[in-house]
Design a protein around this ligand. Structure first.
Ligand code: CMP
Length: 596
């Protein structure tokens, strides 16, 4: 009824007995008001709600018909009233209905006159009213847009709260674990003799950073899986009792044939198959991570038996014969790989899977890309390059250098705003290595250690994007000078370019791999944006989840950073040129899928 009432205009009629009748909607738009005024000044009025109208309307009239008939009767003079106390309507088919009114002291003539004046005003000022309506429409549109923005913001804040809650749970669990370890250590200290305590304290004080494995030396690695990994490149042809085989004695070739024709577990089989691609551009760390730990996201916080970084790192050390050549203690290598893997946070993007990915691409550039051959790399250079890729984002907190500098975090002050995170990545790992169980360089001579450390420091510090233009320009100058790139400085510069390329190589990978990485970096960017918003700071570009601009951001990043770097490297290593084509294909994806 209300919908029809509210559509209906105010109606006027003068009956043949000279009674002026008005029917209109009440001020609160809920009832029909009928008034009548007699010539001698008497006034009558009544209000009708849905129930009272239902009682008087002909039963076969719907509300639309009822109001239509009401309007028709007023317009064609089919309204009658003698005393004003009753107003009778005759509808088009002759049926009648009657409104009964009560006398009122209100001057209905005046009400009717005002109503008529108002009616006249609407008609004579319709342009003005249309304009007002248009304005009101615009205002309504704006308010609706603001409401939609607020709704979006509410969703993102809720998501952010949920994520913070999850992170808090992880932190709480970690805190409980650390407290447990602390209590156990104190207990042990109380119980053991003073001499033992002194010895242990001495070792503990040599490492002034968090030890991600706590009391453990190593994750619970699967020795059978390691044997398979080794078997892929040695076919049993290694010294079985050497220190580099101290955990996983390699299978003889007949054992390997037996193992690979009937795998002892589906997981081992899947890793064996995944490693078939380790020399190819489409090796997939997401697959390796999922096979090792169950998925490629939540598992990163736990990885009880190690994840993709352990598998890829271990495989490549063996693949390049580095464990064999340098007689690295396998136990220490596994301790080091798993402690470094555990020291990566469970960030959406800067996690141990990203390290595994950068490690694999660095390996690709060195081998199939041709860098090792072109620069005549030594085994120490190769080891340093893989080492640098493995640790290059160690302990990354998921917020970038600029956030550290603008909020003056402890690390920003410690490193004087210069390459804050990159300094942190290298120094924490070398600090960990002061514990002999993690010192993967213990088998090397002092000169080799110095050389590898310098290579690692230079490579990891070069991944600071704040230094990108400087390093690329330096490389271009050397290329133009036609250097043969076999001198130490040039080798380190070329290796830095390699790890820099690997660091942003996700943009040049096959589309299904690239889209996973770009989704993950967007998640991490938005989390930083949330933190900036929470601190009352403006969100950094492309980090505001309420204003998504993935396509724009990705295309710009590829145009200004990725393609120029890949082209520059391809000039030096022509076998890498295909990466530019892959990047162009990924760019085309965003041209077709603009989200802004
Ligand atoms: P970082 O790992 O510190 O150094 C390389 C930077 O490149 C990385 O941080 C990101 O800021 C940026 N980066 C890498 N991949 C992408 C991508 N797909 N889209 C946007 N930025 C990226």
């Amino acid at each position: 009824m209300l919908a029809e009432l509210q559509k209906s205009p105010s109606l006027y009629a003068t009956t043949k007995d000279n009674v002026v009748v008005l029917a209109r909607m009440s001020a609160d738009a809920q009832r029909l008001v009928v008034c009548a005024a007699l010539a001698e000044g008497k006034s009558f009025e009544a209000e009708f709600n849905e129930a009272s109208l239902t009682a008087l309307k002909p039963a076969d009239f719907g509300w639309d018909r009822f109001f239509e008939e009401l309007q028709g009767s007023f317009n064609s003079g089919r309204v009658s009233s003698t005393s004003g106390a009753f107003v009778e309507i005759t509808s088009s088919n002759g049926s009648k209905f009657q409104f009964s009114l009560e006398q009122t002291s209100e001057d209905i003539q005046r009400v009717i006159l005002n109503s008529l004046l108002n009616y006249h005003h609407i008609h004579t000022h319709s342009k003005e009213i249309e304009k007002q309506l248009e304005e009101a429409g615009k205002q309504e549109q704006e308010v609706r847009m603001q409401a939609a923005d607020l709704e979006r913001e509410e969703v993102s804040l809720k998501e952010s709260i949920a994520r913070n809650k999850e992170q808090e749970d992880v932190n709480q669990r970690r805190l409980a674990e650390l407290n447990g370890q602390l209590a156990a250590a104190e207990d042990k200290k109380r119980k053991s003799g003073a001499a033992d305590v002194e010895e242990e304290d001495e070792e503990l004080t040599t490492c002034r950073c968090r030890i991600p494995l706590g009391e453990k030396d190593c994750k619970d690695v699967d020795a059978e899986l390691l044997k398979l990994v080794k078997g892929r490149w040695t076919d049993g042809a290694t010294e079985a009792d050497s220190i580099y085989n101290s955990v996983a004695r390699p299978y003889t070739s007949s054992e390997l044939t037996a193992q690979t024709s009937s795998f002892s577990s589906a997981q081992r089989q899947a890793i064996w198959q995944a490693l078939e691609k380790i020399d190819d551009w489409d090796y997939d760390v997401f697959n390796v991570q999922s096979q090792m730990s169950g998925d490629d996201n939540a598992s990163l916080a736990i990885q009880a038996n190690g994840g993709s970084l352990l598998v890829t790192g271990f495989a490549l050390m063996f693949r390049h014969g580095l464990m064999q050549k340098f007689k690295i203690d396998e136990r220490i290598l596994l301790n080091w790989l798993t402690v470094v893997e555990a020291g990566y946070h469970g960030n959406p993007y800067h996690n141990s899977m990203h390290a595994a990915d950068v490690l694999h691409i660095t390996h690709y550039i060195l081998s199939k890309g041709g860098l090792a051959k072109k620069c005549k790399l030594t085994d120490e250079d190769m080891f340093g390059a893989l080492f640098a890729a493995i640790i290059h984002d160690y302990d990354h907190p998921g917020i970038n250098n600029s956030f550290h500098v603008k909020t003056q975090t402890y690390l920003a002050t410690l490193y004087n705003d210069r390459s804050v995170l990159e300094n942190r990545h290298v120094s924490s790992v070398f600090e960990l290595m002061k514990l002999s169980k993690f010192n993967v360089l213990s088998a090397f001579t002092d000169d080799q250690r110095r050389d590898i450390r310098d290579t690692v420091i230079e490579m990891v510090l070069s991944t600071d994007m704040g230094l990108h233009a400087k390093i690329v320009n330096q490389f271009k100058r050397r290329l133009q000078e036609n250097h043969d790139f076999t001198k130490k400085d040039d080798i380190r510069l070329a290796l830095s370019m390699a790890v820099k390329m690997a660091d942003i190589s996700n943009c040049g990978r096959p589309e299904h791999i690239y889209l996973k990485w770009s989704g993950k970096i967007a998640d991490e960017f938005y989390m930083q944006g949330d933190r900036e918003r929470n601190l009352g700071l403006p969100c950094s570009p492309f980090m505001d989840r309420s204003q998504p601009a993935m396509a724009k951001g990705q295309i710009a990043f590829m145009n200004y950073i990725v393609v120029p770097l890949f082209e520059c490297i391809s000039e030096f290593l022509p076998d890498m040129h295909f990466s530019v084509d892959h990047t162009e294909q990924n760019k085309a994806y965003w041209n077709k899928n603009d989200d802004s």
